[in-house]
Design a protein around this ligand. Structure first.
Ligand code: MN
Length: 278
């Protein structure tokens, strides 16, 4: 499987919490036997899904409780209540998280006796919890929160006016493809002097991706001069090799952040996503 397809994009913390809760739950209900977990890629219907499973050989859950156990504060009615306290909360949290991530959760269990009853001798118990997550392998086009999930106070999606100050054409084209999807306008200059000039005539630029090494005037000096008349514009320095001290130099010059070359799309979008635009 190519590496790209082995990495899913999801909320790491939530997935971790879901798996932890389900494994803890399985451990709690399984006095002897085994617990197995894994996942399968389901491609029978689009969109594709990853189906995770956590299978135990424990006491099982009777049919009439199989939905209720995901509700808050309700637990399976089982013989030994003391030993199995508190499972309900973890499961209801797992359910809430799975649904937030766009999936479903359910349980299948071999226990088909009366509620609270013991399994007939020789009959295997055990439950398998399943949950699904959307199979999203490509980074979402824009990982900027305000673009994709407009908050209540910011319902309108505002696209940015972006200046790429970069003397190297290949780098400039690359950045262009990275920022295109959330740009209202992309302006381009090749020197620090041009960067200052274009900022003077375009006070509404939202973001500058400022190369540090450009002919005539580099990005640090250009940033200092732009800051004399524009304190609002967000400036991200593009530093050549990620040398120690770049961060300080960039911040001292008046940049809001810096990114080292070669620029990776995800890093750039992550940084832009964290910044506050006016
Ligand atoms: Mn350069």
């Amino acid at each position: 499987m190519p590496a790209k397809k082995a990495i899913i994009k999801t909320d790491r913390e939530k997935l971790y919490a879901i798996l932890t809760n389900l494994v803890k739950n399985a451990l709690k209900y399984t006095e002897k036997g085994s617990i197995e977990l894994g996942y399968h890629l389901k491609t029978d219907n689009e969109p594709y899904k990853l189906e995770f499973y956590i299978k135990d050989t424990g006491i099982g859950i009777s049919k009439d409780r199989q939905e209720a156990i995901f509700e808050r504060f309700i637990q399976a009615d089982i013989a030994d209540k003391q030993a199995h306290q508190g499972a309900g909360l973890g499961l209801s949290i797992s359910k809430a998280y799975v649904e937030m991530l766009g999936g479903k959760i359910w349980v299948e269990s071999n226990h088909d006796g009366e509620s609270g009853g013991k399994l007939p001798a020789g009959k295997a118990g055990g439950s398998t919890f399943y949950f699904t997550l959307p199979y999203t392998t490509e980074p979402t086009e824009i990982s900027i929160d305000r673009q994709h999930k407009p908050s209540v106070e910011n319902k309108t999606i505002r696209k940015l006016r972006i200046l790429i100050a970069e003397d190297d054409e290949a780098s400039e084209m690359l950045i262009d493809t990275y920022v295109k999807s959330f740009a209202k306008e992309i302006l381009k200059v090749r020197t620090g002097i041009e960067a200052i000039k274009i900022c003077q005539t375009n006070p509404d630029i939202d973001l500058i991706l400022m190369d540090i090494q450009m002919p005539e005037m580099g990005g640090y000096e250009a940033t200092k001069q732009i800051r004399e008349f524009n304190k609002e514009v967000i400036i991200i320095a593009q530093t050549a090799y990620g040398l120690a001290g770049d961060r300080e130099k960039a911040l001292n010059a008046g940049c809001n952040d810096y990114i080292s070359k070669p620029i990776k799309k995800e890093v750039l979008l992550h940084k832009i996503g964290k910044l506050k635009f006016k």
